[in-house]
Write a protein that binds this ligand. Structure first.
Ligand code: SF4
Length: 192
C-alpha cells in the first residue's frame, strides 16, 4: 500500500470513528434498537417493494439518472439516519438483517473479513462490533434469513450516489458481470 493510500485509509477510519462518537446518545440507541428488532423495518421494506415495483415503468421512461435526482433526497432522508446509508445504489439491506454492509470499513458485501476478532469486534475499529456479526444475528429475526448467504456482486462504484429505490424498481440493481443475462456493467444501466 503506498503512503497516500495508507493515509487515505487512516483518514477514512478516523472519520468513521468520529461519526461513531458524534452519534452517541438517544438517537443512536434508538436506531440500534430498531435494527436489533428488524421486523418493522422488514415490513416497511415489503411495503416499499410493492410501491417500487409499480414505479419501474415511469423510472425506465425517465431514465435512471434523472429519476434518481428526484428520488435520492427522499431515500437519503429515510435511510441515512436509520441505517447510516452510504448511497451505494445497490441496496442489499433486507438480506443482511437490515444492517448496511457499506458501513463496514472495508465495504465488504459477502461476509466478514479474516480480521474479525474472537469477541466479534471489528479489526479496524475494535471498539465497534463487526457489522457482519450483527448482520448474521439480526437476519435470524427476518424472513430473509436464508439470503444472508447470497453471493452479492462486487459493489459497482459507478452506481454510488444513485437512488437504490430507482435501480431496484427498474431491476438493474444486481449487475452481475460475466452473467449471460441482464446488463454486464453499471455503465449500461446509468448511461441514459
Ligand atoms: S443503499 Fe447501499 S449504502 Fe444504502 S443502506 Fe442499502 S446497502 Fe447500505
Amino acid at each position: 500500500m503506498s503512503l497516500d493510500k495508507s493515509e487515505a485509509f487512516t483518514a477514512q477510519t478516523e472519520a468513521l470513528r468520529l461519526g461513531d462518537r458524534k452519534e452517541r446518545g438517544l438517537w443512536r440507541r434508538f436506531r440500534f434498537f430498531l435494527q436489533d428488532h428488524p421486523r418493522p423495518l422488514e415490513w416497511a421494506w415489503k411495503l416499499a417493494q410493492m410501491v417500487l415495483r409499480r414505479m419501474g415503468r415511469p423510472f425506465e421512461w425517465l431514465g435512471v439518472k434523472r429519476a434518481s435526482r428526484w428520488v435520492k433526497p427522499l431515500e437519503e432522508i429515510v435511510k441515512r439516519p436509520i441505517f447510516d446509508c452510504q448511497m451505494c445504489g445497490q441496496c442489499i439491506l433486507h438480506s443482511t438483517g437490515m444492517t448496511c454492509p457499506m458501513t463496514c470499513p472495508k465495504k465488504l458485501r459477502n461476509g466478514p473479513c479474516g480480521g474479525v476478532r474472537m469477541d466479534g469486534s471489528c479489526e479496524v475499529t475494535p471498539e465497534a462490533a463487526c457489522i457482519w456479526v450483527k448482520a448474521v444475528e439480526r437476519s435470524r429475526h427476518t424472513s430473509y434469513h436464508l439470503d444472508i448467504g447470497k453471493l452479492n456482486p462486487p459493489v459497482d462504484w459507478q452506481l454510488h450516489e444513485t437512488a437504490s429505490w430507482v435501480t431496484f424498481a427498474v431491476g438493474r440493481d444486481e449487475v452481475t458481470t460475466g452473467s449471460g443475462r441482464g446488463p454486464h456493467h453499471a455503465a449500461e444501466v446509468i448511461s441514459k
